[in-house]
Design a protein around this ligand. Structure first.
Ligand code: PLP
Length: 384
């Protein structure tokens, strides 16, 4: 059965060249990178080459890049280490962050070690920068600002340079979750003052369960996972060697093709938006998809009706994979904390369609045809 995958903000297919690079490493390189014999040294060399690749693309030095199990761990590490080791007593974040940030913040607040303040969000999901500045002006002790580069559910983006400069002006540390933008937008920490940054391979056609954190060298933190001396003593445990090889390859492919990928995805996604507006009565879009939004995301808001109620499920039955929000809440589109924070109509049905460069206009036509079948529009009935 034909399937159309429009859930690329949840995860992406492995790039064939990533599979090749990983298989090649699996075939020959079984040494433990911590071993000092030849097999170990060969694995260590490949691992350090991967670190160099990541560091080069984001403008970091190699000592500032640490491999982790993914975005969740990197975000936990940034927030919790900043409080534990850097004297942070207040974190400013937004109510629309990923749950791995929000739940980390809840844990920090429960520990009593830092206070959490949330910056206001406007109807398009953008943070209100003047409110952030007001919060930064308060004399609340050492502060970390944690704001995602692009929201995973609606795609709304912050201006990294603007926020980083603001944090710098008020002497605050800045953590940004770039899980949805890494490999899609150029990010350069040598030009943008960022304290911590998180990335995850499976969002840019790399393997699942591997990611990285950038920690600016001025921020000396202790290990997040205690154990051996891996990752320069910052994360004990034998590295996910094959995953790291795949991550570096995927990032290299993403950077090498960034402009083309952006053009291609934008074209297909915008065609989809036009078709939705033409054929689906009452369609709205959440966030700010055509201005300051991620080009791969289209969060569509359908009027509530008996037909739209089980839309996600029915789309799946028709061969179309999309999501009700983040992967954690897919299938149950009730109660997205992001849609709630926008102050929109919570009775409408939200479906997040998210694209990769593997999607085509023909796939869009197929999805529109199925949507028209599932949601017979008043517009069409009027024509008949
Ligand atoms: C914005 C954002 N942050 C963090 C994560 C978590 O990343 P990982 O799946 O690598 O733990 C995700 C994944 O859904 C995400 O979209």
């Amino acid at each position: 059965m034909k399937r159309v995958f429009l859930d690329n903000a949840a995860t992406t297919a492995l790039h064939p060249e990533v599979i090749d690079a990983m298989v090649e490493a699996m075939d020959g390189r079984y040494g433990n990178p911590s071993s000092i014999h030849a097999e170990g040294r060969a694995a260590r060399a490949a691992l350090e080459q991967a670190r160099k690749t990541v560091a080069r693309f984001i403008g970091a030095s190699i000592g500032e890049v640490f491999f982790t199990s993914g975005g969740t761990e990197s975000n936990n590490m940034a927030l919790k280490c900043a409080v534990r080791d850097l004297g942070v007593v207040r974190i400013i974040s937004s109510p629309t962050e990923h749950h791995c940030v929000l739940h980390s913040l809840e844990a920090i607040e429960r520990s009593g070690k830092a206070r959490i303040d949330f910056v206001n969000i406007d109807a398009k999901g953008h943070i209100v920068v003047s409110h952030l500045e007001t919060l930064l002006q308060q004399d609340a002790g050492k502060t970390l600002v944690s704001l995602m580069h692009s929201n995973n559910e609606i795609g709304s983006m912050i201006d990294l340079d603007e926020i980083a400069a603001l944090c710098q002006r008020y002497n605050a540390l800045f953590h940004t979750d770039t899980v949805q933008t890494m490999g899609f937008f150029p990010i350069n920490v040598s030009q943008t003052p960022i304290s911590f940054l998180s990335g995850s391979a499976h969002k840019f056609h790399g393997p699942k369960g591997v990611g990285f954190i950038y920690i600016n060298k001025e921020n000396i933190v202790r290990p997040f996972v205690d154990g051996g001396s891996q990752e320069r003593n910052m994360r004990g445990g034998t590295e996910n060697f094959y995953g790291i090889i795949g991550l570096a390859k995927a990032l290299q492919i993403a950077y090498d093709n960034m402009d083309n990928t952006r053009r291609q995805i934008t074209e297909v996604r915008n065609y989809f938006a036009e078709q939705l507006q033409q054929y689906i009565e009452g369609i709205l879009f959440n966030g700010d998809p055509f201005e300051r939004g991620h080009y791969k995301v289209l969060s569509a808001s359908f009027p509530a009706s008996s037909k739209s109620d089980l839309l996600l499920l029915n789309l799946d039955v028709e061969g179309i994979s999309a999501s009700g929000g983040s992967a954690c809440s897919s299938g149950a589109d009730a109660g997205s904390h992001v849609i709630a924070a926008l102050g929109g109509d919570m009775t409408r049905i939200t479906v997040r369609f998210s694209f990769s460069d593997l999607n085509t206009r023909e796939e869009v036509d197929f999805v529109i045809e199925k949507l028209r079948k599932l949601l017979p529009a008043a517009k069409e009935m009027a024509i008949v």
